[in-house]
Design a protein around this ligand. Structure first.
Ligand code: PLP
Length: 377
């Protein structure tokens, strides 16, 4: 049975952000939570820990070792655990910890809008300044924009890269990543890459870990099993230092390592060790949902052109041909379907919406029907 086939009545009983933010008649395809059930193996691990009364602090390096084993198997990436890996809070708090270790107040940090909104928040909320190196119109990294950002007046000390990229699902190539590292290393910019979506690339597509490309030994990766296995309720993350960046690990803020919970580490470890088939099945279902969305939009809203990308379970759709002042609000208020407004990802993208496709095919079809229903007649 498909993983993304949980009946809506069951989903509506959920109490998480995705299901409780809007009125119950709004179909939620916004925040990155999946409409799948928890893996039985993970549920068993957590329940067994509860039954043992094992509700204390996390211990050991099992999560780091499980991640390293997965990285070797899937991507041929040999990373030494625990030497190069530290446990930390969730991914955004891991990024914060690395920024605190590698930059100072008032420093500039480069981001690539349109990008996952907390990237902006984690930089500006902690008194670092943002320098933007926007993606190209094709949604790829722009070496010229990066070069300009790295060599500009603000002289950034760090660069926050999203790989694969949220919201547009771009999977960066080895050549693109190598060019990024060459530029960053030449300008002395510390690269911090968020690889939380990595295990979810489309079937047959190769994800390239940044730390494996030439020059990547100076970068730092932050990651977690939380996104690919839908375990955000169990907050935990990992900081992985390139072979020449391990000194940063000793500089992480004192409490960063203790900031994930014991159950979270247990849950993520079980997902990595026992649930690789689960994520493979999910990748197949997501790829099919992307094709379905493209077909339904072509049939019902042919003014929009959506081309599936290989990364993430998110679709990034330009709605400007519809001529709406605020597409996401129109779809939500009139069509009763919630997407993430593009303006959250970049001020220039207020006509775009991000659609979460980790749902059943029936919900994809219904979402497009609701978009059509929202349009003025
Ligand atoms: C690129 C990216 N980084 C981080 C996160 C959040 O991760 P965490 O909950 O571990 O902070 C998300 C969630 O969607 C994401 O898309």
């Amino acid at each position: 049975m498909a993983l993304l086939s949980v009946p809506l009545a069951e989903l509506r009983a959920r109490t998480s952000l995705k299901w409780r933010t809007y009125d119950p008649d709004v179909l939620p395809l916004w925040v990155a939570e999946m409409d799948a059930r928890i893996q039985p193996e993970v549920a068993r691990t957590v329940v067994a820990a509860c039954e043992r009364g094992d509700t204390g602090y996390p211990h050991g390096t099992a999560y780091a070792e499980a991640y390293a084993a997965m990285a070797e198997r899937r991507w041929g990436w040999t990373v030494s655990a625990p030497r190069q890996i530290r446990r930390a809070g969730d991914v955004m708090n891991s990024i914060l910890a690395v920024l605190q270790a590698t930059t100072a107040e008032g420093d500039s940090v480069v981001i690539n809008p349109p990008v996952y909104p907390p990237f902006r928040a984690v930089v500006s909320g902690y008194r670092r300044r943002i320098v933007e190196a926007p993606l190209t119109t094709e949604g790829r990294l722009d070496p010229a924009a990066l070069e300009a950002a790295f060599s500009g007046q603000d002289a950034p000390t760090a660069y926050l890269l999203c790989s694969p990229h949220n919201p547009n699902g771009t999977v960066h190539t080895a050549a693109e990543l190598e060019a990024v590292m060459a530029l960053a290393n030449r300008h002395g910019v510390q690269v911090i890459v968020d690889e939380i979506h990595a295990p979810l690339v489309a079937p047959g597509v190769q994800f390239v870990p940044l730390l494996t490309v030439p020059g990547g030994e100076r970068a730092i990766s932050v990651t977690s099993a939380g996104k690919a296995w839908n375990l955000a309720a169990f907050k935990a993350g990992l900081v992985i230092a390139g072979a020449e960046a391990t000194a940063v690990l000793a500089q992480l803020p004192p409490l960063a390592q203790g900031s994930s919970g014991h159950f979270a580490n247990l849950a993520h470890t079980t997902a990595l060790v026992e649930c690789q088939d689960w994520v493979d099945e999910l990748r197949t279902e997501i790829a099919a949902n992307k094709v379905l969305l493209a077909e339904r939009l072509a049939a019902r809203l042919p003014a929009l052109s959506y081309r599936p990308t290989d990364g993430t379970y998110l679709a990034w759709v330009d709605c400007s041909p519809l001529g709406l002042a605020d597409p996401a609000t129109t779809f939500r208020e009139r069509g009763r379907v919630a997407f993430s407004p593009g303006v959250m990802f970049a001020g220039t993208h207020d006509q775009w919406v991000r659609i979460n496709l980790a749902c059943s095919p029936e919900v994809v079809v219904e979402a497009v029907d609701r978009m059509v229903a929202a349009l003025p007649r």
